[in-house]
Design a protein. Structure first.
Length: 175
């Protein structure tokens, strides 16, 4: 029970911390050309809130399952009889933390550093980590893996949108 609260507080701190680092109302960001199909931009904060909540619950489920049974949930990528990973819950929590930090850094990188290419790299890396996590946690908790589905669906869309912004605003593409 204590771990649930710790994971939730850390997740909330990263989520709100990232939000405090930047404002998407920044004139530079608001003046970027956007694709005509981006009619749902006002929903993006809600989309990310749902993704964040689902990923947090996923992390909690993985932590509880791996702590309850250390051998349970070894990845199918590891052959039977292969090495045990006594600190595996920490490895997985590290991946969840990396996912959260990269996700929170996207807006400050794009808006404060004014680099769409940096945003593409950060967003693409976070999406890749989400896919890796979904595979690794599947054998631990199918529910935890399914809870990453919103990220798995939206991550490529967000990364593609950043790439489109780069194409529409070539003068601001820098690292």
């Amino acid at each position: 029970m204590k771990a649930r609260w710790i994971i939730t507080v850390i997740s909330a701190a990263i989520f709100f911390g990232g939000s405090l680092l930047t404002s998407l109302r920044d004139p530079w960001f608001q003046n970027l050309l956007r694709p005509n199909w981006l009619t749902f931009e006002f929903l993006i904060p809600l989309i990310w809130s749902v993704i964040w909540i689902c990923a947090t619950i996923s992390a909690i489920l993985v932590w509880e399952k791996t702590r309850a049974s250390p051998r349970r949930g070894l990845s199918p990528l590891i052959p039977k009889g292969g090495p045990e990973f006594p600190h595996r819950p920490w490895l997985l929590m590290g991946l969840y933390a990396a996912l959260a930090l990269l996700t929170s850094l996207y807006s400050p990188v794009v808006v404060e550093l004014r680099t769409l290419l940096g945003g593409l790299i950060v967003g693409g890396t976070a999406t890749l980590i989400a896919y890796i996590l979904a595979v690794l946690v599947r054998s631990i908790s199918a529910k935890a893996s399914w809870l990453l589905l919103p990220y798995l669906l939206w991550g490529p869309v967000g990364t593609y949108l950043t790439w489109v912004l780069m194409q529409l605003n070539p003068g601001v593409v820098r690292l």
